[in-house]
Design a protein around this ligand. Structure first.
Ligand code: H79
Length: 424
């Protein structure tokens, strides 16, 4: 029997993934929520469907950029809230195949990312602002929420549920193994059995027992209620849970923080509020230090290109990851308290000290007296020495601590210098 523990093994090992928000909304370039934010009707949105022609779509390049950044998996929007499908669904005409793009873009994504050795995930919005049987009037997120013409409209929500289940079935049938299904999202009474979530997940598990499913179908993952659709991992959005996440028995629950690089998921031409590479690296380290993953988002433009600002950040992160990946992959939180100068990640006997603030003199490790077998600078493997500073016996609070001399060490970068400590 396949358990969540089995399913999430690779996921907790890999730690770092690429989220990709891409669809018709990349043309107006005001983020993926523009239909709801600006109350844009289907008809007003139609020109983007007729124009969608991503002449520079080359998912092999996306995959190479992700791989070079140290990312091990990706999640692409097969369908976002606007209902537009990047895949060749037989259940709708509202798909990439019928735009000037003229083909199944999900198929190309999956083949490209697989070829680069990355795991592949699909984001699928259970919200759908295009399907005629998805309720419009009064739904607090729907673009047509205030239009009187839809008040009392007789929709048949069960048609939508059948459509949604049918599309999930297509995604699990036509592209080989899918590693993650990332559903988004439940709210108010649009939750759980309203989506026929138990039936949906039973179908998914019967088709692809190993696929990971997020926690947004409406169950409670902390309480595992109901177990069938509570989800394999928790999905904090634009936030890192301060102390990680545990269930009632105090056992850690797998989680993945999804975070944007600027302030939008979908391409936004004027949003240049990008995070720095240093912020991104420290965000990744923070996630791992609290037992979680980071799913870092890019929003390719209408031509199919990842914005150059995003590529530049990924490149710097990748350089750091090549030197310091051992402190990320397979690592998790340490039982030691958060140190003054940065953070810890750990795997078995290997403790990784992420030094953000070197300070003056030797660096101090509370509680590690006599426990350090070897210390090295992770970036270049050079040895560091445990020492006892001059007159240290007169300090008041160091009985259990150890000092490491960094004076001769070249600290390779200011973003996060990692010291690998092999513990006894
Ligand atoms: O797919 C991405 C988002 O489109 C979707 N989930 C991620 C992964 C999402 N973003 N926000 N939400 C779901 C929750 C809703 C937030 C809202 Fe709003 C606040 C909706 C209206 C106010 C954000 C701000 C969206 C429009 C304005």
């Amino acid at each position: 029997m396949n358990t969540r523990e089995d399913r999430v093994k690779w996921f907790m090992q890999d730690r770092f993934g690429l989220f990709i928000h891409w669809g018709l909304y990349s043309i107006p370039a005001r983020g993926e929520w523009l239909r709801a934010n600006e109350k844009i009707s289907i008809e007003e949105y139609q020109p983007f469907f007729e124009e969608f022609n991503p002449v520079h779509y080359n998912p092999r390049e996306w995959a190479k950029a992700a791989k070079a950044a140290g990312q091990q998996y990706a999640v692409l929007t097969a369908k976002h809230h606007d209902g537009f499908c990047l895949f060749d669904s037989q259940l709708t005409d509202y798909k990439a195949t019928n735009t000037p793009a003229g083909r199944d873009l999900i198929k190309e994504y999956i083949e490209a990312f697989r070829a680069e050795g990355l795991k592949v995930g699909l984001y699928y919005s259970i919200i759908d602002w295009h399907h005629p049987d998805f309720p419009k009037y009064g739904d607090r997120y729907h673009p047509m929420r205030d239009n009187e013409e839809f008040q009392g409209e007789d929709t048949h929500f069960s048609n939508y549920v059948a459509y949604m289940h049918g599309q999930v079935k297509e995604l699990l049938t036509n592209y080989g193994k899918i590693d993650i299904l990332w559903f988004d999202f439940s709210y108010d009474d649009m939750t759980g059995e309203k989506w026929e979530a138990a039936k949906l997940v039973n179908m998914i598990r019967s088709m692809q027992p190993d696929v990971l499913i997020d926690n947004r179908l409406g169950g409670n993952i902390r309480l595992a209620e109901p177990e069938v659709y509570a989800g394999d991992f928790y999905s904090p959005e634009q936030i890192i849970p301060p102390g990680g996440i545990v269930n009632r028995a105090n056992q850690p629950i797998p989680w993945e923080a999804c975070i944007t690089l600027n302030d939008h998921w979908g391409y936004h031409a004027k949003d240049l509020n990008y995070k720095s590479p240093k912020q991104v690296i420290r965000t990744l380290v923070e996630c791992v230090s609290k037992g979680g993953n980071l799913l870092l988002n890019v929003g390719p433009n209408a031509k199919g290109e990842i914005p150059e600002q995003s590529l530049a950040i990924l490149q710097v992160v990748g350089k750091w990851m090549r030197q310091n990946g051992d402190s990320i992959y397979g690592c998790t939180s340490s039982d030691l308290p958060k140190p003054e100068w940065g953070r810890y990640t750990q795997i078995g006997n290997y403790l990784y000290a992420h030094v953000y603030d070197r300070g003056i003199g030797p660096i101090y490790f509370q509680g590690l007296k006599g426990r350090i077998k070897k210390a090295r600078l992770l970036a270049d493997g050079s040895e560091l020495h445990v020492e006892t500073p001059w007159m240290a016996e007169q300090y008041s609070d160091i009985e259990n601590g150890a000092f490491i001399d960094l004076s001769g060490a070249v600290l390779p970068d200011e973003m996060d210098t990692v010291i690998e400590l092999e513990l006894l």
